[in-house]
Design a protein around this ligand. Structure first.
Ligand SMILES: Nc1ncnc2c1ncn2[C@@H]1O[C@H](COP(=O)(O)OP(=O)(O)OP(=O)(O)O)[C@@H](O)[C@H]1O
Length: 307
């Protein structure tokens, strides 16, 4: 069987204090696409990413990139990884071209391939027309594009982006998100964020870390469905009396949303939903819709992070 793109085994890290910053992190990624590393501030996202990318050495545990152990064969492993750290080291007095050439050289790229690799990365990131500009004269959005270009310069199979839209304005955020999705068509991108809308807009799967431990690993859809919803949405041609709805067994609260729609808080039992339908028929209510509402991502995040 082919090696997974990333395998993290029993990863621990402790800075100077006795507290673990991350504790027994385990996961594996096999597919292309965008994986979101989600967690509150201080949860351990940057620590995990820095170790995976070989920027920091773990206290214990192993990381394998394409089957290569990052401690035993760091140079070989690094060639498979592209990394955009939270604060990318951009040199303001270099042009885009000069900077990317510098990055190619420190990534041990084959000298003969550098020129075409820079042109390809610039094209992919939409910065070809900026190639002779000094980095200091670029907007935040374009600087981030340059950061992404250096991360994909050597055509790595795995790209790690630490809070890639941090500090950008709303338009730049949309552009950078689209670029990340484009990049992830033929490789795996892992991005860290504590912004839920970012995950929803960009990621196909999620790993959530809280207090240094993985508390969720699954698809974005599984994350959405993690909490069994406790509200129903009902629509009527003509609303029944709220009192009547409130008195139904298993219903805890009722709220009219407009002239036709009602939200009911229920006890989570399937029997309660069936009973609501039976009552609607027997009492002659003109119900035209009944559905379970999804829990919000915020609710799932709050539950998983214990907040
Ligand atoms: N250089 C450091 N020295 C000591 N403790 C650190 C250091 N860097 C991080 N920590 C601690 O390690 C824990 C995990 O931090 P980390 O930066 O990995 O979290 P994060 O999820 O990336 O947070 P953020 O979203 O704020 O960047 C936190 O308790 C943090 O205070």
């Amino acid at each position: 069987m082919e090696n997974p793109i990333v395998r993290v085994e029993h990863l621990y890290h402790r800075y100077t204090s006795s507290r673990w910053a991350i504790e027994d992190i385990n996961f594996q990624i096999d597919d292309a696409g965008v994986v979101g590393l989600l967690g509150s501030n201080g949860a351990g996202k940057s620590t995990t990413m820095n170790i995976i990318c070989g920027v920091m050495r773990q206290t214990a545990g192993e990381v394998y990139i394409g089957g290569i152990n990052t401690l035993k064969e760091p140079v070989k492993a690094r060639k498979l990884i592209g990394f955009l750290p939270q604060k990318p080291p951009l040199y303001p007095d270099l042009t885009v071209d000069e900077y990317l050439r510098f990055c190619a050289e420190i990534q041990w790229m084959d000298k003969k391939k550098i020129k075409s690799a820079i042109a390809a990365a610039e094209e992919r990131c939409g910065i070809t027309h900026m190639k002779d500009r000094l980095l200091r004269n670029l907007s935040g959005g374009y600087q981030q594009r340059v950061g992404l270009a250096q991360a994909i310069l050597h055509d790595p199979k795995f790209v790690v982006l630490d809070e890639p839209t941090n500090g950008l304005d709303p338009n730049q955020i949309l552009e950078v998100r689209q670029l990340i999705k484009d990049i992830a068509v033929d490789r795996t991108v892992m991005l860290s964020t504590h912004i839920l809308s970012e995950v929803q807009a960009t990621c196909s799967s999620i790993k959530m870390i809280e207090h240094g431990r993985v508390v969720f690993s699954g698809s974005t859809e599984d994350f959405d469905n993690y909490i069994e919803p406790n509200t129903l949405y009902l629509e009527f041609d003509q609303l029944p009396e709220m009192d009547e709805l409130m008195k139904l067994p298993g219903i805890k609260r009722a709220e009219a949303l407009d002239n036709h729609g009602v939200r009911l808080w229920y006890d989570g039992e399937r029997g309660t939903i069936k009973q609501v339908m039976r009552e609607a028929v027997s009492r002659g209510w003109d119900m035209i819709e009944l559905r379970k509402e999804k829990s919000s991502m915020e609710a799932v995040f709050a539950k998983l992070s214990g907040k």
